[in-house]
Write a protein that binds this ligand. Structure first.
Ligand code: FAD
Length: 256
């Protein structure tokens, strides 16, 4: 298909779940552009428990990849609100981050290999699961974050991680973004790799959620200009993350 489009000088717009927020998967009005949907390339090709990797076609939804990882007691840690619809190809093309990016990184950090169709129709096969791969240029990184401009990603080898067995979550009222950064610094210093999420939310955005989402209410009696949703996680069920989180927040309260 790509060969035919190249022959006829037709522009192509790869499209995954079409949940991207900058319109990169949408053709422009009045232009001759072919939308290439990856939705039917949605097979999980391989799950390698020993190497902790999963190989999937680019049209797999993120939720399907998370579920396939879960089936072998592993975590695919990219998580975002559009995960039921967005696809791995789109996640790669956007270098998506999600709510656990602090701990696990963006798609750049979560990807070991990629297969892509180049603009002239040739297939570039970089589907490798080797972790210490120091051979030559790391060409997959060109496709990650390219928004579909360099080729169409058709498959990827992704890293799987151990499942968190214990979790603790806190909702914290804050005076300002500066206070949020100070608390993030303390969390990082004390909880290190156990800090899995730190999402800062302004009062106006939070009020909209409370107003419009049924069943959502503010857990705090008083209002604050800013809030942080913090999560610690540990692969050890007796990891003590709840005690640690309370201890860090307690020492922070005493210091302000
Ligand atoms: C409710 C919501 C919450 C979100 N939260 C986050 C978040 O927390 N963090 C975050 O980083 N992003 C977030 N996003 C944006 C997020 O990046 C996208 O949802 C997702 O990564 C895009 O995937 P998609 O399959 O929908 O891609 P699309 O929207 O279909 O496409 C996005 C771009 O990728 C290209 N593309 C798609 N598939 C391929 C392919 N196979 N090969 C080459 N190029 C391709 C398209 O041409 C386009 O440029 C959110 C979006 C929504 C709607």
């Amino acid at each position: 298909m790509v060969k035919a489009c190249a022959e006829h000088q037709l522009a192509m717009v790869p499209q995954g779940g079409n949940t991207g927020l900058v319109g990169g998967g949408v053709p422009r009005m009045g232009r001759r552009e072919v939308v290439v949907s990856l939705s039917r390339m949605n097979r999980v090709l391989d799950v390698d428990g020993a190497n902790s990797t999963i190989t999937v076609e680019a049209g797999c939804t993120l939720a399907a990849v998370q579920a396939a990882a879960h089936d072998v007691d592993r975590l695919f840690p990219l998580s975002l609100a559009s995960e039921g619809t967005c696809q791995i190809g789109g996640n790669l093309a956007c270098n998506a981050g999600g709510v656990q990016v602090l701990r696990y990184g963006n798609m750049r950090e979560l990807t070991l290999g990629i297969e892509a169709v180049l603009p002239d129709g040739r297939v570039w096969n970089g589907l490798r699961g080797l972790r210490k791969d120091n051979t030559g240029y790391d060409l997959k990184q060109l496709f990650i974050g390219s928004e579909g401009t360099l080729g169409i990603i058709t498959a990827a080898v992704l890293k799987l991680l151990p499942m968190p067995r214990s979790r603790a979550v806190a909702w914290v009222a804050l005076a300002s973004p500066v206070a949020a950064i100070a608390l993030l610094g303390l969390m990082r210093a004390r909880a290190a790799e156990r800090l899995s999420a730190f999402e800062v939310i302004g009062e106006a955005a939070f009020d909209l959620v409370v107003q419009h989402m049924p069943g959502v209410f503010s857990p705090l009696a008083e209002r604050a200009p800013w809030y942080a949703l913090i999560e610690l996680g540990d692969s050890d069920p007796a990891g003590g993350v709840k005690v640690l989180l309370e201890d860090i927040l307690g020492s922070h309260l005493r210091s302000v």
